[in-house]
Design a protein around this ligand. Structure first.
Ligand code: SF4
Length: 217
């Protein structure tokens, strides 16, 4: 993962996959990018198996649609780089990136941010608008259309800036220690409850020893 992060001009390159991790939990993204920690669980293994089907670079034709697999994409202006699982090139000029996920689709969730970033990269590379993308959910067994509108583009750039700042500072974000942790494969490396407990303890300790300047006058 870290190998994908390389300085290019003035911009530290942000991997597209990091945007999804950051949108889910900034600390998860930090553990993967800064500490090379990635732990598989059943969900991530399902995802890996699913991606093996689409991670081989290639190109297939089906009727009026040409399908490219594992296509490297980038956006020099935004400092983004990564790979699209699948890109469909339709005969009417439509370009459609399709991100494959093993879990259930959540509208407006982290997968939307990742696939919207892919669309923005493709726009820059093909010099053509890419107003829609799609997320294929193996759990739902269906494809969900994502509208790449201004609000979603702004979110992509917001996460890009945040990931870049994290890479520049090399500072691991604190754990939110909330319901996300139950479904996170990184919980063992992260120890969210222990650290959140330590934070609460530190705050309580600081509150105990607040010095009141007035009392000394
Ligand atoms: S265990 Fe929780 S805090 Fe830690 S990386 Fe996962 S979601 Fe984030």
């Amino acid at each position: 993962m870290t190998a994908a992060v390389r300085p290019e001009g003035d911009l530290v390159q942000v991997p597209l996959s990091a945007l999804e991790h950051h949108a889910y939990c900034p600390r998860q993204c930090g553990l993967i990018l800064l500490e090379d920690a990635f732990t598989d669980d059943a969900a991530t293994l399902r995802g890996t198996l699913l991606h093996q089907r689409v991670d081989t670079l290639g190109n297939r034709g089906r009727g009026t649609v040409r399908t490219l697999h594992a296509l490297p994409v980038w956006h020099d202006g935004y400092g983004l780089a990564g790979r699209c699982d699948t890109v469909e090139l339709h005969s009417d000029g439509t370009i459609l990136p399709v991100e494959h996920k093993s879990g259930r689709y959540r509208p407006g969730g982290p997968a939307d941010i990742q696939v919207a970033a892919q669309a923005m990269c493709l726009e820059s590379m093909f010099k053509r608008p890419v107003p829609r993308a799609a997320v294929y959910s193996a759990a739902d067994r269906r494809r969900h259309t994502v509208t790449v509108d201004d609000a979603l583009r702004a979110l992509v750039l917001e996460h890009t800036r945040a990931v870049r700042a994290m890479l520049t500072d090399s500072r691991l974000p604190p754990p939110p220690a909330d319901s996300r942790c139950r479904r996170c494969s990184m919980a063992t490396d992260c120890m969210p409850k222990v650290l959140a407990g330590a934070r609460r303890f530190r705050r309580a300790l600081d509150a105990l020893y607040v010095v009141d300047d007035q009392s000394h006058q």
